[in-house]
Design a protein around this ligand. Structure first.
Ligand code: B12
Length: 207
């Protein structure tokens, strides 16, 4: 296992912070650093499933990742270019995970997207109203809980009902999403990676 991934799994906050800073000094791409950390979070999740870790460990892992985001934010801000499109972003209803969403937001902004972030546990009505008011090109929905898959489907159904479905492209992201989930829910794209998500958004703009 990568040292950085291992330090996340072992919840060594100070070590992780130092390693991320060292990687940046070495010139490692932010995407690569985030991926190593994401893998660590996946293992933390597996340990939680197996009963080796409990909620406090999950919370601690979340806090560690948030401090990583703070370190990489200025690097991403430097990369900022001209605006290429607008994204309305939210974690779906009944889901409060936001770390992956925030990573995607940072990557998207660094690639010229204007991101309107609605936060977590966002109900479909709020998303529909924001589409009407903000007129985004893309709606990004984050989901980490399989129990919140219905919220994705429900959100897209409400977007259709409101008559604004053909005004936006919809991308879903998060550890459990798949092509099957994309087809089932009626989204346009799906990914488990923020970096790939940005590429998909650029492609969606062309369609
Ligand atoms: C940290 C964590 C938490 C933290 C979240 C803190 C926060 N502010 O987000 C806390 C402690 C609050 C938490 C709570 C819970 N959690 Co939790 N959590 C995790 C954990 C360990 C890591 C998630 C994470 O941040 N990963 C790191 C990020 C960077 O990765 P990511 O989210 O996948 O995002 C990447 C991509 O997916 C993508 N992406 C993400 N969103 C989007 C959006 C778009 C538009 C795009 C393009 C891309 C994109 O970009 C990111 C970078 O590449 C996962 C394990 C896992 N495998 O994911 C469990 C996990 C998701 N949690 C789980 C559970 C069960 C819970 C709880 C129900 C626990 C409980 N008993 O209370 C609650 C849920 C509360 C709720 N209603 O939402 C389960 C879900 C199981 C399932 N079948 O659904 C998991 C899988 C753990 C496990 N293996 O059991 N959790």
């Amino acid at each position: 296992m990568e040292e950085l991934t291992k330090a996340i799994v072992e919840l060594e906050n100070e070590k992780v912070t130092k390693m991320v800073k060292d990687e940046l000094v070495k010139g490692t791409a932010v995407e690569e650093i985030v991926e190593k950390c994401r893998q660590g979070m996946e293992i933390v999740g597996q340990k939680f499933s197996k009963g080796e870790y409990f909620l406090p460990e999950l919370i601690m892992a979340g806090e560690i990742f948030n401090s990583i985001i703070e370190i990489i934010r200025p690097v991403l801000a430097e990369a900022k270019t001209n605006t290429v499109g607008k994204i309305v972003l939210a974690t779906v209803q009944n889901d409060i995970h936001d770390i992956g969403k925030n990573v995607f937001k940072g990557f998207a902004e660094a690639n010229g997207f204007d991101v309107h972030d609605l936060g977590v546990d966002v109900d479909p009505e709020t998303i529909v109203n924001t589409i009407k008011n903000e007129k985004p090109d893309i709606v990004g929905l984050s989901c980490l809980l399989t129990s919140a898959f219905d919220s994705i489907e429900n959100t897209i159904a409400k977007i259709k009902e409101a008559g604004v479905r053909d005004q936006v492209k919809i991308i879903i992201g998060g550890a459990p999403v798949s092509e099957e989930l994309k087809d089932w829910s009626g989204a346009d794209a799906a990914t488990r990676s923020a970096a790939e998500g940005v590429q998909l958004c650029k492609e969606l703009l062309k369609k």
